[in-house]
Design a protein around this ligand. Structure first.
Ligand code: MN
Length: 512
């Protein structure tokens, strides 16, 4: 097997990323993300865990059928039925398929989770890899919790699974526990103990519990790793995974130091970040490296002065290198026709069916009527409502509020459920609370608003307001967004979106 001459980007937004609280995506949403990952030219898309649920199976299958420029991986435990499901879902990808089998190797996982001794773990890992090889030439093995595994046992497992046919070995820092110096030592030790590693590709999969996922991944690249497992915006279990945009740009900006890069088309990074944020409802913090709203904003006078004289005084990369458009991205207005609108969606990499197009176009005209200029971000917002396959069990038909410092904030809301329109009103501490309380009364489902944030999507006084909410329904924490020219309406939409998402997840969980 030929060693890659670049750092392989293994994107797991659709698998590990989707596991983060509230970030579940429907099939159409996963496909939109997969298309953007293909435009980014990531090497491998981990599309899901087919044995986990019928929805996951279907998503892996659809991504495998549609995406042609990336390898497609599916996750499986070292269990025959998992591997069979995975192979079945990956069939449409043919020779671009990868089965990714994993088994925990650390003492704590062996003892408390798996209740298995070392020799059993070793045997199961080898059997899993061998069985996966019956279906697929490209098999990756991950010793889960590798960074907390006894190094000598880890080396033994790695050697055995390479002999069994694994061509990629992934070293996960599953709980985000390691630190760069230690991870470097582990990678170096493994390469010394297992010379066979030279003939396979070594990946790392780092979590961000201590904020070190990117640093640890970069440290591993210095010690022989040639693949990074990462997600857009760093979403993922708990504090998330290694952020794709950060690790890719670190390798690019510091090519002088690393001497090796990825093949990612970096001008697509910002669009990818935006899309994933939209579809999962997970906000990107303003000061987030690379893709945050402030990442290229220079505030201090001295900095601005320096920038004007010579950009490089305070800028280590250009906004356009990561796809941040600082000029005008205005393209459409209310006189744009449907064909022009459709062509524009295509240029933005967004795909809609002919039936969806009609609805999106109508919504666009309504928006263009209210707003002087319609930006690409506004369109992404509009589209989110139409491409989702999360059923709109509830939809807001009409919302009216009265508020002010001398009145009792009151909301009247009409919602539609299954063709039936119902209405009610309630008061609250403010108009948003009044609206949400009214919705609770109408649906009979009590949500607990855990977080609420409002931001302008684009520029100007008539910008769309985007509400991001996290709502708790029972034990289920759901994130969602909603946007509108009216901020109370945006909040109500976000809340209803969270509710619909909750109902969808509940159904999905009952099928799993
Ligand atoms: Mn993980």
């Amino acid at each position: 097997m030929k060693k890659p001459d670049h750092v392989v980007v293994f994107d797991t937004t659709l698998r590990d990323g989707e596991q983060c609280p509230g970030a579940s995506m429907g099939l159409q949403e996963k496909l939109q993300v997969a298309r953007q990952l293909e435009k980014l030219r990531v090497d491998i898309i981990e599309a899901g865990f087919p044995a986990a649920s019928p929805g996951d199976f279907e998503a892996v299958k659809k991504v495998a059928a549609e995406i042609k420029k990336c390898r497609i991986a599916g996750l499986a435990r070292c269990v025959k039925s998992d591997i069979e499901r995975c192979a079945e879902a990956l069939k449409p990808a043919r020779n671009r398929a990868r089965i990714h089998v994993f088994l925990a190797t650390s003492a704590i996982h062996r003892e408390f989770k798996l209740k298995k001794a070392k020799d059993e773990i070793l045997r199961q890992a080898v059997e899993g890899v061998k069985y996966a090889r019956k279906f697929c030439r490209d098999v990756q093995f991950s010793p889960e919790d590798a960074s907390r595994t006894e190094p000598d046992f880890l080396a033994e497992v790695v050697r055995a699974v390479i002999a069994a046919g694994a061509s990629t070995i992934n070293i996960p820092d599953t709980v985000g526990f390691t630190v760069p110096q230690e991870f470097r030592r582990l990678l170096t030790y493994l390469h010394e103990q297992v010379p066979e590693l030279k003939n396979v590709t070594v990946h790392v999969h780092c979590h961000n519990d201590l904020g070190l996922a990117v640093a640890n991944s970069l440290a591993a690249i210095e010690c022989g790793a040639r693949g990074v497992e990462c997600t857009i915006n760093g979403i993922g279990e708990r504090a998330g995974n290694c952020s794709l945009e950060e690790v890719v740009m670190a390798l690019k900006v510091r090519a002088d130091h690393y001497g090796i890069q990825t093949r990612v088309k970096t001008p697509e990074l910002f669009a990818a970040s935006r899309l994933v944020s939209q579809l999962t409802g997970m906000m990107v913090q303003r000061n987030k490296a690379i893709v945050g709203a402030n990442a290229f904003a220079h505030e201090a006078g001295i900095h601005q002065d320096g920038m004007l004289k010579h950009r490089e005084t305070y800028e280590i990369m250009r906004p356009e290198d990561v796809g941040v458009v600082t000029g005008s991205d205005l393209v459409l207005g209310k006189h744009s026709g449907r064909a022009g609108f459709s062509a524009h969606l295509h240029r933005m990499g967004l795909k809609v069916s002919p039936e969806q197009l009609q609805g999106v176009y109508e919504a666009f005209i309504v928006l263009a009527d209210k707003k002087k200029v319609v930006y690409d971000d506004d369109i992404v917002e509009l589209l989110r409502e139409y491409i989702s396959d999360i059923p709109k069990v509830y939809a807001i038909k009409c919302l009216q509020v009265s508020a002010g410092n001398r009145s009792i904030p009151t909301a009247t809301v009409q919602i539609e459920k299954g063709g039936k329109v119902v209405q009610d009103s309630a008061t609250g501490a403010g108009p948003v609370e009044a609206a949400l309380k009214t919705i609770d009364r109408l649906t009979g489902i009590k949500g607990e608003l855990k977080s609420f944030a409002m931001q302008a999507v684009t520029h100007g006084e008539d910008a769309l307001g985007e509400a991001s909410v996290q709502v708790k329904f029972g034990d289920d924490l759901v994130a969602a967004k909603g946007s509108d020219i009216d901020i109370v309406m945006a909040s109500a939409k976000a809340y209803i979106n969270a509710l619909n998402r909750h109902l969808f997840l509940e159904k999905k969980a009952s099928q799993a």
